[in-house]
Design a protein around this ligand. Sequence first.
Ligand code: ZN
Ligand code: ZN
Length: 176
Amino acid sequence: MNDRGVSALAAAFDRRAAGSASRFGGSRAVDAARPPAPPNEVELIGRPTPQRTEVLQALAGCEEFISAQLLHAGLLAAGSRVGLSTVYRTLTALAAAVRADVVRDVNGERLFRYRPDTDHRHYLICRRCGLSVPVDSGPVEAWADEIARTSGFAQVQHTVELAGTCVGCVAADAGS
Ligand SMILES: [Zn+2]
Ligand SMILES: [Zn+2]
C-alpha cells in the first residue's frame, strides 16, 4: 500500500471513530492553514483550556457552517484528542457568548460558524448544498431593538433563519 492509501485509511478510521463517516463532506473539512482566532477569545466562554482553544481555532478556520460532529472529525484527523462532548459544549458556549452564529440544517441539526466581530449577522442558507450568504437585516434589528426597549426584558436575543434553494442548485435542477 502506498502512502496515500495509508493516509486515506487513517482518515477513514478517524471518521469512523467520530461516528460520522457518512456525514463527512470533503468541502467542509477543517482547514488548519486559515488564520487562527485571536487567542484571548476563548476566555469569553470561561476558563481557557487547550482543548477549548483547539475547538475555537478550528471553528475560526471554517468558512462554512459546520456541525459539532464534523468539526470533531476534522480535529481528530488533524491529530487532536479533544472529545465530542467538549466540542459540543464549546460550540454552545461560543453561541451563547455571541461568538458563533447558529443555524439548523434540514434535519434540525445545529450548524455553527465563527463570528469574528461582535456584529451580529443573519444568513440565507441553501437547503440543498448548505451555501450561506449574509443578508441585510436592518429592519429585523430595528424591530428587535424596539421590542427589547419596550418590553422591560433584559438581554433579549433573537434568532432569524432564512432558507431556500440557491441559484446553483436551481440551475442544477433545471439541467437534470
Ligand atoms: Zn445550493
Ligand atoms: Zn439580528
